[in-house]
Design a protein around this ligand. Sequence first.
Ligand code: GLU
Length: 300
Amino acid sequence: MERSNYRGRFAPSPTGPLHFGSLAAAVGSYLDAKHHQGTWFIRMEDLDTPRCVPGAAEDILRTLEAFGLHSDVPVLYQSQRTAAYEEALQQLRNADAAYPCCCTRREIADSALNGIEGPVYPGTCRNGIPAGRTGRAWRTRTDNATIEFDDVLQGRISQHLERDIGDFVVKRADGLFAYQLAVAVDDAFQHITHIVRGADLLYSTPRQIHLQHLLGLSTPTYMHLPVALNAQGEKLSKQTLAPAIGRDDVVTTLIKVLKFLQQQPPEELRGATIEQILLWGAANWRPEKLAYCRQLPSDH
Ligand code: GLU
């Protein structure tokens, strides 16, 4: 079958094995891509080395393989992309859109107002670092504008970055590039046209759009899927001790994922192969069935 221009991706962080929530994001992005005859990429977001767990990247890839979720192109590792992030930072600096910041977490917590994701940076180093201090991190400037985008499932999202988030870190004090910068650079580098991921990242999207504007990159289409919760109503994650997805009884798990994604797989699929289930899923993919699950990060 001829491929369309659609390019989607799943971008796990190897901080532990896949759990039900991350598998659902993988399946959702895969099915959306295949439904549109698109190309599907796996990108390993192994930038945050202190949080990466040895062996987790290989383990995630083996689990994805077991579920028939094969990347159409070789897996891109963010740990290999530092030069591209450095170049993007340079571009921001040249445009005076990034500045060094000497503030510690404690200093910020002491003087900041709370935004939607914790303290809003109070702007201490915006116009220069106070005498006697040295820059630790790099921040990008936000401005007095509202960023809006239409999420395929969540509808119109508006965020006033300066007030709700504040100038945010693009290169951390430990020298590592921040997720927001890396993801904006790599989505553009891989010419991603459609991003399908968990709604826990919904409120990160305006930061990524802001960086796309500053770096002259185009903005893909976004679809944020409902996040899987445990019995306590917490997002499944390493922190909430979500169990790892096993590689046996893949059919049962895959059907559970389709149900979680509101895709109503027919009973007969229980006897089908993984490939057949994915083909059914792609042919019958109706993300609009998820629309009523509208779920914002603040809901959990
Ligand atoms: N690596 C991020 C995570 O696992 C996801 C990035 C994305 O899909 O934009 O939470």
